[in-house]
Design a protein around this ligand. Sequence first.
Ligand code: DGY
Length: 434
Amino acid sequence: MSEQNSNSHKTLRDEALYILKTNSRDHRYTVPSDRLYPYQWNWDSGFIALGYAAYDIDRALTELDSLMDGQWQNGMVPHIVFHEFEEHYAPGPLDWQVPSHLTAKPGVCTSGITQPPIIGTVLARIYASCPDKEAYHLRFATLYTHVKAYHEWFMTKRTSAPAHDLVKSLHPWESGMDNLPCWDKLVDDVPRGDISQFRRKDLKGDNAAQRPHDSDYHAYMSLVYHYRAIGYDSIELLPQAHFKVYDLVLNSLLLRSAHDMAQLAQDIKPEDQAYWQAQIHTLTQGMQKLWSEEHQAFLNQNAFDGQFLMPLSCASFLPLFARAANETQAAALAKLYTKWREIYPYSVPTTDPESPKFEIERYWRGPIWVNTNWMISEGFAAYGYQDIADTIKADTRALIEEHGFYEYFTPEGAKGLGANHFSWSAALALYWLF
Ligand code: DGY
């Protein structure tokens, strides 16, 4: 690395540290961004904890502890924990109205759905990098129990007989990729409820072209109010859900987490080995149902009718992160990646750039995200495609160097989009890039 590069990386590292410091609340949890997302989000906190782990194991574990403050009695880890009321974000706790008996800790307010389960993987990474495992044993063991309960919830409450081999998402927010074009038809079909009591608060400045449409929000909130009316944690939830997807993000991250938890169990709870191996086997087999021979890629699937949901998206690469692909499938995904990379100079866009649904600036319909890039890069490296892994890393680094720690970026490299000083972009830069 040249001296100039190394100086600029030091400056970027300092900036990333500063972002985590200013987005940290009460030294316990971290908001994704000060204005746009002023609560604690599930998968955000996972990526953020990786950033802390690069320099402060204690703070990394505290990030996960604070997320677990919101865990439900049934094991679900909700997608948002509302530690303190904040007027700048909606839907807030009064929209969700989660009954207090559902959360394990009294007095904690949460949303009523989940998000992609990255936290098992994160816990295992923190453990691996911890220089004094003895001193932190109890904290790791406690978090391990929480994450295992989360897996158990997915495998019992979000699968269906007879196979129980893939989990379903019940809301576009559960995939973390809110307005991915794959959901369009299902979102259109959501019965619209009365959402007159709801006001969007995410439209700030001139960001409307970068955010989901009002019609999407009408569907998102209709689902929230429908699930609220059912009471969330009920046997009625799955049969009555108005949105049901065998989701690539949820299933890939759950499988990856099962691998990592199995590794962690060797030190923390060896008797759980059979449990994890059974789950790895089940999910790995299930993931093969999401492979499309026709498209030579993994695809999300409509859980109502079993149809694949087009277009191809960055989620199509996540089974590599999960180690669910075979060598032939990995080769096909490498070919797909290469084709996309020839269209735009930066990778990996959220949606197939040749799809008519591709939108270069709109949230999960085209832009590049740092967290998906990290997972896709790791996935390609694991299958021996180090050149692709390195290109994705170099692209991500270049976008941050050029624009700063934005939430997402245009694939032609012109702009940083969404929130600036975004926590997971800073955290993953510390963990992965600089
Ligand atoms: C948002 O508010 O945009 C989030 O993605 C929902 O969790």
